[in-house]
Design a protein around this ligand. Structure first.
Ligand code: GDP
Ligand code: IMO
Ligand code: MG
Length: 428
């Protein structure tokens, strides 16, 4: 039995959904512990493509319990849509439970996300505009509405009224925007409450009992290490902690209960939204990777910025998350290149930086120091064993381990379940 955390090591979209789906085959329970529907996790099962935003990727197996932990912010309308869309495609969803302590996203959070981004103009964060930041601000500001509140009509009514009184003042006086109608919001949320009530439970209790019973539990991180509000490229980050330690907080288990952490690494780097990106490729090479990798946002459809793999970032992620293994995805996308490059460190004003800097000013100025390796030409999408990869592809993976100190356990060579090469049994 083991508890395993899957985290993104870069700026999100590393393929966490696919890795979670792969590992979930051996799990009893799959848990989301932070973020919200800013996430977009793609899982391909047979001929079908699923894009999950809030529901853990384990839902695509008929027998896994899926859990949304207290650390997640839940937009009830989106959750219900996602449940209905899965049901319409024949996916049973009755095994989903959500934490009573999870905070709820309200229309005023989405509205504020829009207004703030628009006001910032060129200085915007480039958020998904799903209300994630404002919902976490209210949580920390102690005016959030939790699932338990949603289930108590009196409390819900009173809290929405109070909050909207304050927010409407902000909307009208600071932003010069229209106010929202409290009664309409209350009506909608009473309706959502009716449907979500049966799913709400004490998630911490459920998970700790499962750990006692020796169950396999998989924690599915959203976003990535560089989007972490503490450790990422602040302020160009999300408003939660995607990193591994947050799995304990966001699900109600002790840190001593986490056995292993797997970091998902895309074989190159992508980023959606604003902020510095040292290995970004602006020209033809960046466009080529974007097209070949299908690098368009799962949630917003925005083209993703693309660049070479940055091992300085992955090494940083290894330290922040305590990574035991790497899962390298999308290796197939690099097939056909004459050379592949990996950033091993940065040069800053003549000095070599081997550790990821805190200052965005420094990061904006650094020049990547690259290792150049020969590429491989053979199609690897049909390879099923690590040993059968071309030597150049294996060298590339080995260099990643050399530069990060973390062994590669899984290698993705395509979108399908079968297109994953395993070197170690992570639940083992
Ligand atoms: P997540 O947010 O980390 O779950 O990642 P996304 O789903 O947003 O983006 C990853 C994309 O890459 C999805 O379209 C996946 O289907 C795809 N993908 C994942 N692993 C592989 C792989 O090994 N090869 C290829 N070609 N595509 C992959
Ligand atoms: P998954 O789980 C990539 C980015 C946004 C923006 C910043 C803040 O699919 O990897 P937010 O709406 O969270 O306030 O936006 O974070 N972002 C993501 N980028 N993948 C994600 O999720 C992301 N979730 C948020 O683009 O730059
Ligand atoms: Mg994604």
């Amino acid at each position: 039995m083991a508890t395993v955390v899957v985290v993104g090591t870069q700026w999100g979209d590393e393929g966490k959904g696919k890795v979670t789906d792969y590992l979930a085959a051996k799990a009893d329970i799959v848990v989301r512990y932070q973020g919200g529907n800013n996430a977009g996790h793609t899982v391909v099962v047979g001929e079908e493509v699923f894009r999950l935003h809030l529901i853990p990727s384990g839902i695509l197996y008929p027998d896994k319990i899926c859990v949304i932990g207290n650390g997640v912010v839940i937009d009830p309308a989106v959750l219900l849509q996602e449940l209905d869309a899965l049901a319409a495609r024949g996916v049973p969803t009755a095994r989903l439970v959500i934490s009573e302590r999870a905070h709820v996203i309200l229309p005023y959070h989405r509205y504020l996300d829009e207004l703030e981004e628009d006001r910032k103009g060129a200085g915007k964060i480039g958020t998904t505009r799903r209300g994630i930041g404002p919902a976490y601000v209210d949580k920390v500001g102690r005016v959030g509405i939790r699932m338990v509140d949603l289930l108590d009509p009196e409390v819900l009514r009173q809290k929405i009224r109070q909050n909207l009184e304050d927010k409407n003042r902000l909307f009208t006086r600071v932003f010069g925007a229209a106010p929202l109608d409290a009664e309409a919001v209350i009506r909608d949320y009473e309706h959502y409450a009716g449907r979500l009530a049966p799913l709400a439970t004490d998630v911490s209790l459920l998970l700790n009992e499962a750990i006692e019973q020796g169950k396999n539990i998989l924690f599915e991180g959203a976003q990535g290490t560089l989007l972490d509000v503490d450790h990422g490229t602040y302020p160009y980050v999300t408003s939660s902690n995607p990193t591994a330690a947050a799995a304990a907080l966001g699900a109600g288990i002790g840190p001593t209960k986490i056995d292993r952490v797997v970091g998902v690494v895309k074989a190159y780097t992508t980023r959606v939204g604003e902020g510095p990106f040292p290995t970004e490729l602006q020209g033809e090479m960046g466009d080529q990777i974007r097209e070949r990798g299908g690098e368009y946002g799962t949630t917003t459809g925005r083209p993703r910025r693309c660049g070479w793999l940055d091992a300085a970032i992955v090494r940083y992620a290894a330290r922040i998350n305590g990574l035991d293994y790497l899962a390298v995805t999308k290796l197939d996308v690099l097939t056909g290149l004459d050379v592949v490059r990996i950033c091993r460190a940065y040069r800053y004003r003549g000095q070599l930086l081997t550790d990821f800097p805190a200052s965005l000013g420094v990061l904006a100025e650094v020049e990547p120091v690259y290792d150049e390796l020969p590429g491989w030409k053979q199609d690897i999408s049909g390879v099923r064993r690590y040993e059968d990869l071309p030597p150049q592809a294996k060298d590339y993976l080995e260099r990643i381990t050399e530069l990060t100190g973390v062994p590669v356990a899984l290698v993705g060579v395509g979108t399908r379940r079968s297109q994953m090469l395993a070197r170690y049994d992570i639940f083992g």
